[in-house]
Design a protein around this ligand. Structure first.
Ligand SMILES: Cc1cc2nc3c(=O)[nH]c(=O)nc-3n(C[C@H](O)[C@H](O)[C@H](O)COP(=O)(O)O)c2cc1C
Length: 332
């Protein structure tokens, strides 16, 4: 049931990949997801323009210390030579796979005709693919959407172009650029691409449960899956899906104690990676995701968001979980 996923010379430990998410898939989150079962975690995009690389944000994105192999780094931009240069620089600083972003609808990226906006200009896409593949001797992969809009689902055309240009794997989000994140992902275009090309194809979009993972794999024939938003606040989703695909049985959700340990360690890693001021800020959104299903009236999260130092954040999480455990005792 579990497909074997390969990218160039790398055989992934399993076919579940953490989808790149700017502002989310930083090194602490990637390491955590790998520990929780993901077979690969693609880093956040690095803007191709190297003039931006001195910023603190870019520097943190270029940090891959301690990450298990293979390390895949996403690049974004609209200029073939700039992207080629970005690929070379990332390969030199430890990337083992370069992923080109043609999947992101963000204005910041699309206004400069990058991300999914590129899909409108197939000639430019071809130039970019060829330039990046020629620039490095490591595998280059492409992440895209199904097309520009409903009337222009050109992922199959770009997929064939990509295969000819030497791209080694494709990830396809089952939405068009104009869909943004609305409506449901469709998997017909992904299935079509999979049947058209010989390189590995990874399906992406709305994979939120073990059953959905099984169904999308079966329906599309894909070699693996990319999982994004469903991993926010529940990085254990990877081991749960793996367990289900391997055994057909559901793994029990993690007990409170384990959720507390995972969350506390995640906070510690964020504080350590970003430093206290930024780490405390970034921790808030992760805590928001982890506690979505617990703290339904958001009272705890409101008070947590007012905390401005690392130690207090830790103490407050400890107290919160202690009170949840007390409630469990009383409810029993
Ligand atoms: C906060 C956020 C940031 C994202 N950033 C990127 C990005 O930098 N590069 C990219 O290719 N896709 C990006 N995406 C898209 C995801 O990789 C993925 O394609 C999309 O979320 C659909 O998968 P999902 O339904 O599993 O979340 C982002 C998505 C989110 C929610």
């Amino acid at each position: 049931m579990l497909p074997t996923a390969k990218i160039g010379p790398y055989t992934l430990p399993n076919p579940l990949i953490v989808a790149p998410m700017a502002g989310v898939t930083d090194r602490p989150f990637r390491l955590l997801c790998r520990r929780m079962g993901a077979g690969l975690a693609v880093s956040e995009m690095v803007i191709a323009d190297s003039k931006m690389w001195h910023t603190r944000k870019s520097r943190s994105r270029l940090n891959h210390q301690g990450e298990p192999e293979p390390r895949s780094v996403q690049i974004a931009g609209g200029d073939p030579q700039m992207l080629a240069q970005a690929a070379r620089m990332n390969a030199a600083s430890g990337a083992q796979i370069i992923d080109i972003n043609m999947g992101c609808p963000a204005k910041k990226v699309c206004n400069k005709a990058a991300g999914s906006a590129l899909m409108k200009d197939e000639a430019l896409v071809l130039q970019i693919l060829k330039a990046v593949v020629a620039a490095v001797d490591i595998p280059v992969t492409l992440k895209m959407r199904t097309g520009w809009d409903e009337g222009h689902r050109n992922a199959p055309i770009i997929a064939r172009m990509a295969e000819e240009a030497g791209i080694q794997a494709l990830a396809i989000h089952g939405r068009t650029r104009t869909d943004k994140y609305t409506g449901n992902a469709e998997y017909d275009t992904i299935a079509r691409v999979k049947s058209d090309v010989g390189i590995p194809v990874f399906a992406n979009g709305d994979i939120t449960s073990p059953e959905k993972a099984r169904d999308v794999l079966q329906y599309t024939g894909a070699d693996g899956l990319l999982i994004g938003r469903a991993a926010q606040g529940q990085p254990w989703i990877f081991r749960e899906i793996l367990h289900f695909l391997e055994t057909g049985e559901h793994m029990k959700p993690p007990p409170l104690n384990e959720v507390e340990t995972i969350l506390s360690e995640h906070l510690l890693a964020l504080h350590d990676f970003y430093g206290e001021t930024m780490g405390v800020r970034i921790a808030r959104k992760h805590v928001g995701w982890y506690l979505q299903s617990h703290d339904q009236d958001k009272r705890f999260r409101q008070s947590f968001n007012a905390i401005d130092n690392a130690l207090e954040q830790h103490d407050s999480i400890q107290q919160y979980f202690a009170s949840l455990r007390n409630e469990e005792v009383f409810a029993a």
